[in-house]
Structures are given as structure tokens and as C-alpha cells.
Write a protein that binds this ligand. Structure first.
Ligand SMILES: Cc1ncc(COP(=O)(O)O)c(C=O)c1O
Length: 124
């Protein structure tokens, strides 16, 4: 394993992996708040549903404690398109704004899907 990583923790699902990731990030940093992106799917258990940010997979149960959703960078349908030279800066500014105005200014983690699912980007 790379660097000083010496432990592997096997889990049963992506939801459980994200649950453990949230716990580790909070335990390690001492911070509570987590930034996720809108339109994301991170799982369906209570904690991962909080990271998930699409009405299709969110239900009327308590979830999302300490999770805040910033605008997902989407050059296809996003509010700042691929030809906008300021798009990246604008999306990053929204993340900073969420940190500045929705958290104590310190976060435990930022989570984003490496490849947001195309089918969700097509829903309106
Ligand atoms: C990015 C991402 N995170 C988490 C999950 C949740 O995984 P699981 O269904 O194994 O709980 C999924 C499942 O599709 C996923 O695509």
C-alpha cells in the first residue's frame, strides 16, 4: 500500500464505505461539517443519504446532519458552461461560500463523485 497506509477495512457496500469515511474524517479532523455536491449519489443508508443530493434518493427521514451541498461543476447543463473561462473559479467560489456561510469555517471532509452519473444530469 502507498506511503504509511497499513490497514485495509473491508465493508459490504459503497454506502457503508462512505459511512466509515465520514466517521474517520470527523474523528481525525475534530470537525463535523462535510461538503458534498448537488446531484450526487453516495448511498442510501442514513448517513450516505445525507451526502446524496437528488430527490430521487432522499426520503422523509432524518438525514444530512452536518452535510452541506455545493453546486456541482457541470459544463453541460450547469449554470456556468464549458466556454465560460470563469466556470471553474465560480464553482470553487460556491464551495468556499458554503464553507464560509454554512459551517464554522472548518470542515471534516469534501466528497465528490469522480464521474457523476450522466442519467441524473439528464433529469430536469
Ligand atoms: C458514487 C457512489 N457512491 C456510493 C454508492 C452506494 O453504493 P452501495 O449501493 O453499494 O451502497 C454508489 C452506488 O451506486 C455510487 O455510485
Amino acid at each position: 500500500m502507498p506511503g504509511n497506509l497499513k490497514v485495509c477495512y473491508f465493508v459490504n457496500s459503497g454506502s457503508e464505505a462512505n459511512d466509515v469515511a465520514m466517521l474517520m474524517a470527523r474523528a481525525y479532523t475534530g470537525n463535523y461539517d462535510i461538503i458534498a455536491l448537488r446531484n450526487a449519489y453516495h448511498g442510501g443508508n442514513m448517513s450516505a443519504m445525507g451526502l446524496t443530493a437528488h430527490s430521487t434518493w432522499k426520503f422523509n427521514v432524518p438525514h444530512s446532519f452536518g452535510v452541506h451541498h455545493a453546486i456541482a461543476a457541470d459544463p453541460y447543463r450547469g449554470q456556468w458552461g464549458r466556454n465560460d473561462p470563469d466556470a471553474g473559479r465560480n464553482y470553487a467560489a460556491d464551495v468556499k461560500s458554503v464553507i464560509d456561510y454554512a459551517t464554522p469555517g472548518q470542515i471534516a471532509a469534501f466528497i465528490a463523485e469522480a464521474r457523476p452519473a450522466g442519467e441524473r444530469l439528464c433529469q430536469t
